[in-house]
Design a protein around this ligand. Structure first.
Ligand SMILES: Cc1ncc(COP(=O)(O)O)c(C=O)c1O
Length: 399
């Protein structure tokens, strides 16, 4: 068995490295030359472009998905004691946004085959204090929106979709992020399209979008960002204690061009996803199930499950072995109740959410950026095969 790494150190494959092309580089430079770096016409254009792509009624650009989630929680008027149900298989930002809005997060376990929140578990957690459900379309696979929308109607609950992974995601022909009151997108560096840091709130009604806009810029009245424009000085009125969450034109300059390639990038990630599925079909790891009928998966993450019981190697040893092959990998995610803050504050224990715990302890995300070359993909496959060679064969689908 060869002991030299699959890739040389100077070719370390960075996990989630975005494809950045000349058009956005030139637009950023042009934006800098205009002298208008902050929120301005490019942000307004990016908002329109995203709204058109997502067939959304309204869109407000912000500086992260975390900000988008926080403002959405505030906009539904959560009060202390209110409960918001979300998934344990998410990034901490989803849960923190609920906490920062003054409400109490409540977790409902995932379905073990999709990694998405299980509507049956959600219903079991609904109390007379529940105000909202926050589904996360994990890895870009849509949640069971028929069931979640039915719960939201039956119990009169707000719906805020965390679409950080789900720009291209569709469910029965409808875009993720347009099912409930708000949809929150991320354009963070590792996401399907990027602006560096960046996010967007999709809103179903105009009044909600206006509220988000005001909250995103100090609580200043709408269009306060135009106060220094060539239309003459405009006074603004502060009508709420808001936040500094606005997106800059410099960021939108990147996003406008990235969005034009969203479908091209999606096709490339779909191709990589299929290559991985085929290459790993006979290995002892878990691989993702196919997208459900009538859905569009965004292929944001390709996650395998490395369960020591079937592979003979622990997940963390596997992570380190991939790094030794000079291939960057990720973990999405250790389940939320694994983290000490939530254990101490809410008394959560990972064992209470067994599916999320198992996934979180076995999952590994392999590189799937549209930037990967065919050689990069072959290297990832060769490294996975090499590391598992001593393990036992037999593939399993996530179940
Ligand atoms: C599921 C999920 N929600 C929210 C966020 C927060 O996004 P951002 O980094 O744009 O604030 C992320 C980021 O990784 C995420 O994966």
């Amino acid at each position: 068995m060869s002991t030299s790494p699959i890739r040389s150190k100077d070719r370390f494959l960075i996990f989630g490295s975005p494809a950045i092309e000349d058009a956005e580089i030139e637009e950023v430079v042009a934006t800098m030359r205009t002298g208008w770096l902050g929120t301005g016409p490019k942000v307004a254009q990016f908002e329109r472009d995203i709204a058109r792509y997502k067939s959304a009624s309204h869109s407000v650009a912000v500086n992260s998905c975390t900000a988008a989630l926080h403002l959405s929680m505030l906009a539904i008027g959560l009060k202390e004691g209110d409960e918001v149900i979300t998934t344990p298989m998410t990034f901490c930002a989803t849960v923190n946004a609920i906490i920062h809005a003054g409400a109490t997060p409540v977790l409902a376990d995932i379905d073990h085959s999709t990694f998405n929140i299980d509507p049956v578990k959600v219903e079991a957690k609904i109390t007379n204090r529940t105000r909202a459900i926050v589904p996360v379309h994990f890895a870009g696979r849509p949640c069971d929106m028929d069931a979640l929308c039915a719960l939201s109607r039956r119990y009169n609950l707000k719906l805020i979709e965390d679409c950080a992974h789900a720009i291209e995601t569709e469910y029965r022909g409808q875009h993720a992020g347009t099912f409930g009151d708000f949809g929150c997108l991320s354009f963070y560096v590792t996401k399907n399209i990027v602006t560096g840091e960046g996010g967007m709130v999709l809103a179903t009604n105009e009044e909600d979008a206006g509220r988000i806009k005001v909250l995103s810029l100090h609580g200043m009245s709408k269009d306060a960002w135009k106060r220094f424009s060539d239309e003459g000085y405009k006074h603004y009125a502060v009508i709420q204690a808001g936040f500094k969450y606005n997106m800059m034109d410099l960021q939108a300059a990147i996003g406008i061009h990235q969005l034009q390639r969203v479908e091209e990038y999606w096709l490339r990630r779909q191709q990589i996803w299929r290559q991985y599925n085929e290459a790993f079909a006979d290995l002892s790891i878990g691989i993702p199930i196919d997208p459900e009928p009538e859905t569009r998966h965004a292929y944001h993450l390709y996650t395998i499950l490395v369960d020591e019981k079937s592979t003979g190697i622990s997940r963390d040893t596997f992570l380190n072995s991939m790094a030794a092959e000079h291939i960057g990998v990720g973990v999405h995610y250790l389940s939320v109740p694994e983290h000490p803050y939530y254990q101490e504050r809410f008394g959560w224990r990972p064992e209470q959410y067994p599916h999320a715990m198992h996934v979180g302890r076995c999952t590994v995300s392999l590189p799937i950026s549209a930037k990967l070359t065919d050689d990069d993909v072959s290297d990832v496959i060769a490294a996975v095969v090499k590391i598992l060679r001593s393990g036992r064969p037999h593939a399993t689908r996530h179940s």
